[in-house]
Design a protein around this ligand. Structure first.
Ligand SMILES: *Cc1c(COP(=O)(O)O)cnc(C)c1O
Length: 489
């Protein structure tokens, strides 16, 4: 690792016995311990002992090594890395929300402390039903993939309730990898649907594979190619006629928000990533929220608990649903995240939500049009929230999507998503989101043009990027599976 300074050293190595940052008040109650002896540590935990200034510097320095939406443009396709307004943080840190404990009593009698939180859950559910065209939502799933599993489990429960042994889930080849994983976990066999030459589901292939073993389809809308399939409604109708149900992967809704309701297209269930479209933070793998909408047909199978509202206006957690698929998460889901999404919806209002779509689509198409002379565009038509380019023409100079991405980092931007969707060779998937200005988009596009112009004259310079970061090109599998946080050479 380059740029190693004293401050880079792990906080564990910096500890010195007896140093501390927080003076704890003297104990004024008798000391007791209810943990049984056999469960107690034999030796005290090896915790670093550091002063307050050391710990502050350690974490601030670590945070400055990260690339983040608050430090730069972050066009990571399919992840919708839009700006997260600080207003949401202020609301989420109000003590009435932040200090709630999930075990506080839920009933009004003596338990009014949680009524506000339950109202937030209930009202966010109502707003999402209205925005997306569903009868109910479960607010519990803790990630998009968790939402997929929840929705697909409800589809399985529906078929089971009718003693229907349908086994096959249809999934386009452009889908996010979590789709087949969720369907397989819910017990289905997966049949991959090819994409046609326009970037849509190959409808003839679909028709040829529909039969009384079809459990359903999982369709991403708009697709991971950043395209809107004009036959979505026809596809839903065909699957329904065959007796299957339709799942919408709605992780990224930026483009259609306020314009189109997936429930109206015929989808029976969908998940929505609040940590994408609804602008809540993506925090190092969590907390996320993948709330799931259902129509009337699937409502009986919703997970418990649900937030109910009584005649007198009070809210309660409702556990009594005979056909429910059961618990999928404890308590309320990612409450603080749902609260931020609620703040986002209310602060933008109806007109604001519609403008998200307009600006997200204009921004993606602006980038696509400006970069078109420099890349191949596999399905060249007006895109939705993101555009997918192919860098395959540079393979002859032995420069790949990875090299271009690393060079983008050195120019002060987060790279796009690479090598996804899998059906596009050398894919670069750019999702600008609605929260970026034309000046930012121009600076980003100019940086990419600068990179591709260098490929001919000085390809080595591109291959040696990035130069400006503490780590450059990692073995990503090794880094994820067995991170070595202490070695800094
Ligand atoms: C992000 C994403 C998911 C998965 O969401 P997670 O919260 O990361 O589990 C699923 N499908 C699509 C299309 C996505 O972009």
């Amino acid at each position: 690792m380059k740029n190693t300074t004293e401050m880079d050293r792990l906080i564990f190595e910096k500890g010195r016995a007896g140093r501390h940052g927080i003076p704890l008040p003297a104990m004024d109650v008798p000391s007791t311990c209810s943990i049984p002896g056999k469960l107690r540590r034999k030796n005290p935990a090896k915790l670093p002992e550091v002063s307050e200034s050391e710990i502050v510097r350690h974490y601030v320095n670590l945070s400055r090594k990260n690339v983040a939406v608050d430090t730069c443009f972050y066009p990571l396709g399919s992840c919708t890395m839009k700006y997260n307004p600080k207003l949401h943080e202020r609301i989420a840190s109000l003590p009435g929300f932040a200090d709630l404990h999930p075990l506080l009593p839920q009933l009004r009698q003596g338990g009014a402390l949680t009524q506000g939180a339950l109202a937030v859950l209930y009202e966010t559910e109502m707003l999402l039903c209205e925005i997306l065209g569903f009868a109910n939502f479960t607010m519990q799933p803790l990630a998009g993939s968790h939402g997929e599993l929840t929705g697909i489990m409800m589809i399985a429960a529906y078929h089971k309730s009718r003693s229907d042994k349908r086994q096959v889930m249809l999934i386009p080849d452009a889908a996010h990898g979590t789709n087949p994983a969720s369907a397989a976990m819910a017990g289905f066999t997966i049949l991959e649907l090819p994409t046609d030459e326009h970037g849509n589901v190959d409808i003839d292939h679909l028709k040829a594979n529909l039969n009384d073993n079809t459990a359903g389809i999982m369709l991403t809308c708009p697709s991971t190619l950043g395209l809107f399939d004009p036959k979505v409604k026809e596809i839903c109708d065909l699957v329904h006629q065959a007796g299957g149900l339709c799942y919408c992967d709605g992780a990224n809704l930026n483009a259609i928000l306020g314009r189109l309701r997936p429930g109206d297209l015929g989808f029976d269930t969908m998940h929505v990533n609040l940590h994408k479209t609804f602008s809540t933070p993506h925090g190092g793998g969590g907390p996320g929220s993948g709330v799931v909408g259902v129509n009337e047909k699937l409502s009986p199978f919703l997970p418990i608990s649900r937030v109910g509202k009584r005649q007198d206006g009070s809210y309660f957690l409702d556990y009594v649903h005979d056909e429910s698929i059961g618990y999928i998460a404890p308590f309320y889901g990612s409450f603080g995240i749902i609260l931020r999404a609620y703040a986002f919806i209310l602060s933008l209002g109806r007109n604001g939500l519609v403008r998200i779509g307009e600006n997200a689509v204009i921004n993606a198409n602006y980038v696509r049009t400006r970069l078109k002379p420099y890349f191949d565009i596999p399905y060249d038509r007006v895109c939705m929230h993101e555009c997918v380019l192919s860098a395959k023409r540079y393979s002859t100079s032995n420069i790949h999507a990875l090299d271009i991405s690393k060079a983008i980092l050195d120019r002060g931007f987060h790279p796009p998503t690479m090598y996804f969707p899998l059906i596009v060779p050398e894919a670069l998937m750019i999702e600008p989101t609605e929260t970026e200005s034309k000046e930012t988009l121009d600076a980003f596009v100019d940086a990419i043009i600068d990179i591709v112009k260098k490929i001919e004259d000085s390809p080595d310079e591109i291959r040696q990027c990035p130069q400006n970061y503490p780590v450059g090109r990692l073995d990503e599998t090794l880094a994820a599976r067995s991170p070595d946080l202490a070695s800094l050479q």
